[in-house]
Design a protein around this ligand. Structure first.
Ligand code: TSJ
Length: 651
């Protein structure tokens, strides 16, 4: 459980304005969002952003990040070095101020497009406030300088000249404070995904990562940026054409777009960035892209008589199978972000800017590449026809009771009694035996149980037809009742939550991933709407040997220790190896009952992590896969549980 969960509850009544680094320590979540693994990695991004900004300004072409043995992390660049001169107002070196004063980062910069002006950007002082120690080494003007902070940003000695140097650059090394964070373990996969993403967005800058704990190393360098980003995302797919790049770097707002259509995969994957920061909730630039694309394709199709019965294409017909990256550079004065997590661009000008650019450049490209254009429009018209046919079939089925999917359901499903679909939950359970237990432990009104036999097929390498022939998937599709693939309509889903419940072992983790791959490819809107979950059964039960009615469940080793104390001695620990070892009431209490269970909501926010996972997990090499599952699935689960019951449990 979080060691300081009281720290991240911001009470609006307490209006005392805490200044400086103490305020950050009192309410870390206000500055970095949370004190879990995500918040921990925010410390890294805060530091890294500075080196990225320096490279963006044209200083330094290599950034090296190292995870050290002692749990600290360092970032090194080859830029100009943080200024060390004494500031007139404070009488202190600039570098000291940067690490001791909130929001001081921008004061020393004259940059127009700052990467930190959006989502992060609370400054290096926040990382300092939440660290056990910070060491800063600056090389500039022929010398090497050092300053150190300890224990939440307390300066140890002064900035010192420690030697001569003919290089320039900055190195910052910090060790996050375990008193603040529920986990202080840096996650290699998260870090390299972020570095690779930065490398795609900042072509010709080299990003190097090293992990001294595991001796892992990675290096990312791209000559062409977005083009290679798309190529990587689409690596395993069947491409329709080479990556297409459209850009306008002449205006005040600079736009780069790279796009590519794939066959087989009908999902659309559009990722947008503003000043190198992901805008995960889209915004005006994404809307402009969609509008421009729809118009360009429709106008070309109309002009060349390629439409079917002159019926215009819908946007979704034109986006099936599309992967696109939209990257904008917007000057600070024009930046507007919206939404709770500031993940949505609000800048009104961006809409027309992007729309006009796409309309003119894509129209030109289509006109110059007739074969591609004809091919694309044929594909869009096919999508349109499939969409209209699916709609017609659905309307007919509605009027015809015989075709109602209830009657087609397999006898494997134990349904929920309620017809209030939004409140119903579908548990997909590993194995018939656990399925039986779950059936008895369920809430009959709202919980349905679908047992799965053995491992589901890997849908990554199957065609739609092969997938539909598989009885396990056919049953799952019929049970959910909302269609599949492009015809999937979330409005028709018979369940408000789909919950994957497997054993807490590697096989279970593998089944989870195979199912998630299925949902990712064929029912992606369910994941996007946050309706897919993973149930987390406990790992232990601790019981008082003399009073068996005194027992607690434990999900982590910390909880196990706590549990031993709670039940008192002599205690006995049973380790659950699978769902099958629990009886119905135990399964209900620990894993199924909304009042006491733990669920992980599945999300697909990070495109590179998703592609990497799908690649590794569906790849040919089972040993790589097994190793990955062991390291990462377990980690994810521990990490979520580490957040504490207050927010992990009652979904
Ligand atoms: F912010 C920070 F302290 F955390 C940090 C800053 C961490 C790291 C790893 C690097 C940096 C950083 C800052 N790298 N490069 C710079 N550059 C400047 O601060 C700088 C240098 C010179 C001038 C100038 O106008 O001469 C301006 C700036 C912003």
């Amino acid at each position: 459980m979080a060691k300081n969960q009281n720290l991240n509850k911001y009470n609006e009544d307490s209006i005392d304005v805490l200044e400086g680094l103490e305020g950050v320590r009192k309410r870390p979540a206000m500055y970095i969002g949370s004190t879990n693994s995500i918040g921990l990695h925010h410390l890294v991004w805060e530091i890294l952003d500075n080196s990225i900004d320096e490279a963006l300004s044209g200083f330094g072409d290599t950034i090296t990040l190292t995870i050290h043995q002692d749990g600290s992390l360092s970032v090194k660049d080859e830029g100009r070095g943080i200024p060390v001169g004494i500031q007139k107002q404070t009488g202190k070196p600039a570098v000291e101020i940067i690490f001791s004063t909130l929001h001081s980062g921008g004061k020393f910069s004259d940059k127009n497009y700052v990467s930190s002006a959006g989502l992060h950007g609370v400054g290096a002082s926040v990382t300092n406030a939440l660290s056990e120690y910070v060491d800063v080494v600056v090389n500039r003007d022929g010398f090497s300088y050092h300053i150190r902070f300890e224990n939440g940003g307390k300066k140890i000695g002064k900035l010192e000249k420690v030697g001569k140097s003919n290089k320039t650059g900055t190195l910052v090394r910090f060790k996050p404070d375990p008193k603040v964070f529920s986990t202080v373990e840096f996650k290699w996969e998260t870090i390299i995904a972020h570095l690779q993403e930065s490398a795609f967005l900042m072509k010709k800058v080299r990003f190097i990562a090293k992990d001294e704990r595991t001796k892992m190393e990675a290096e990312y360098y791209y000559e062409e940026g977005l083009k290679e980003y798309i190529a990587t995302l689409n690596e395993t797919k069947e491409k329709m054409h080479p990556v297409l790049v459209l850009e306008d770097l002449t205006g005040e707002i600079k736009i780069e777009v790279a796009m590519q259509y794939c066959l087989q995969d009908y999902n659309e994957s559009i990722y947008s960035y503003v000043n190198n920061i992901r805008t995960k909730d889209g915004g005006t630039h994404e809307n402009g892209f969609r509008a421009g694309l729809t118009r360009a394709v429709n106008e070309y199709a109309e002009l060349n008589n390629l439409l079917r019965n002159k019926v215009k294409l819908e946007g979704s017909d034109i986006r099936e199978g599309l992967t696109a990256i939209i990257s904008l550079k917007i000057p600070e004065g024009k930046l507007e972000f919206e939404g709770q997590t500031k993940g949505k661009l609000g800048t009104p000008d961006a809409l027309a800017y992007v729309q006009n650019m796409i309309l003119s450049k894509l129209t030109y490209y289509l006109t110059e590449n007739k074969d591609f254009a004809t091919n694309l429009i044929k594909k869009c018209v096919d999508s349109q026809a499939a969409r209209l046919a699916a709609r017609k079939a659905k309307e007919e089925a509605r009027g015809n009771k015989k075709f109602r999917s209830d009657t087609l359901l397999s006898d494997k499903l134990t349904p929920a009694q309620s017809k209030e679909y939004a409140l119903n939950e579908l548990f997909i359970v590993e194995g018939d035996s656990a399925g039986g237990t779950a059936k008895n432990g369920r809430d009959r009104l709202h919980q349905a149980i679908l047992p799965l036999r053995g491992k589901p097929l890997n849908t990554d390498s199957l065609t739609m037809e092969q997938m539909l022939k598989n009885t396990e998937f056919a049953t799952l599709i019929a049970t959910i009742g909302a269609g599949v693939g492009p015809a999937f309509d979330i409005q028709d889903s018979k369940y408000g939550k789909i919950i994957i419940m497997t054993d807490a072992d590697t096989d279970g983790a593998h089944i989870q991933t195979l199912l998630l791959t299925f949902f990712y490819h064929h029912m992606r809107p369910l994941i996007q709407a946050g309706k897919v979950f993973i149930a987390i059964p406990p790992l232990y039960r601790v019981m008082n040997e003399q009073k068996p009615s005194q027992f607690v469940y434990a999900w982590t080793d910390e909880e196990l220790e706590l549990g031993k104390k709670t039940v008192g001695s002599p205690y006995r620990i049973s380790r659950y190896k699978g769902l099958g070892e629990m009886n119905a009431s135990q399964l209900k209490e620990t894993t199924m009952d909304p009042k006491s269970r733990t669920l992980i909501r599945v999300n697909i926010e990070d495109p590179l992590i998703v592609e990497r996972r799908v690649g590794i997990l569906m790849g040919k090499d089972p040993s790589v896969r097994r190793k990955w599952v062991e390291e990462n699935i377990d980690f994810t689960i521990r990490e979520i549980i580490g957040k504490g019951k207050e927010d992990g449990k009652k979904i």
